[in-house]
Design a protein around this ligand. Structure first.
Ligand SMILES: [Zn+2]
Length: 263
């Protein structure tokens, strides 16, 4: 045990990911408000008799008692606060939840830093996904708010080059924002934005969550926003998020099973 640190600590977390380890153990990645992202060992969680495992379901919000360990801190008690059952029962909701969890996991480091705003963003988004019809704008709103909290807020108002207001915008994933038509020359990989898409992106960047239901995207704007934010996120992560492909398939009503999602 390290000097000056309590052996046990209490926290709460949203389960982002679970991986099997050892004979019957599980490593559980959670986002907590006060310790940021944690990877914790749940001993014996894969045994049918385990009392903890039912309280460590994917995407659930759980109260935890944790003991400091040498390699991994160990979950000694777990108690569900909000089970978010609908997120594991409905394929569309499941695929959204996977995508949000993957983004949070990839954009956070295990540094033990408090992350209350990110925790709240995830918790509130999961609640809306559970309790209301799923809005196409929900994932785009989450992406923009997450980018903001992670320090990658895209510039959507002024030209990155001349800092003047932009009418005809070209989005650059590598520069993290827009150029006007007069300044875009020479920039690679830029994507022209329609006027509608640009204004919806701006609205989503600054909207409060309760405004989402009133923010309607046309099918074309939906595609454009998904494409442009997907390009930016893929650029930042140096890879396309795995669960994004599944989300697209499910929204096109193709056949995808939960087993495929977990691969
Ligand atoms: Zn310019």
């Amino acid at each position: 045990m390290m000097a000056g640190r309590e052996r046990l600590y209490r926290t709460e977390g949203i389960v982002l990911r679970r991986t099997d380890t050892g004979e019957a153990d599980r490593l559980v990645t959670v986002l907590s408000p006060d310790h940021g992202k944690l990877r914790l060992l749940a001993k014996g969680a894969r045994k049918p008799s385990s009392r903890k495992s039912g309280h460590l379901e994917l995407f659930s919000h759980t109260r935890l008692l944790v003991a400091r360990g040498r390699t991994w801190d160990i979950i000694t008690q777990a108690e569900t606060i909000e089970p978010f059952l609908a997120l594991r029962q409905d394929l569309l909701r499941t695929s959204y939840a996977y995508y949000l969890a993957e983004l949070v996991d990839k954009f956070t480091a295990e540094e033990g830093l408090p992350s209350l705003p990110l925790f709240r963003l995830l918790l509130e988004t999961l609640r809306r996904l559970c309790n209301a019809p799923v809005l196409p704008s929900e994932a785009r709103y989450f992406e923009l708010q997450l980018l903001d909290l992670a320090g990658y807020r895209p510039e959507l108002r002024y030209c990155l080059n001349c800092h003047r207001p932009v009418k005809q915008a070209f989005f650059s994933p590598s520069q993290g924002g827009i150029f006007g038509a007069e300044c875009v020359g020479g920039h690679q990989g830029v994507k022209k934005l329609s006027e509608g898409a640009l204004s919806k992106l701006r609205l989503l960047q600054t909207a409060a969550p309760q405004q989402l239901a009133g923010l309607v995207l046309t099918p074309d704007e939906e595609k454009e926003l998904e494409d442009v934010l997907g390009r930016y996120i893929s650029y930042l992560l140096e890879a396309r998020p795995k669960s994004l492909g599944f989300l697209k398939k499910i929204r096109r009503q193709e056949t995808v099973t939960v087993e495929n999602l977990q691969k």
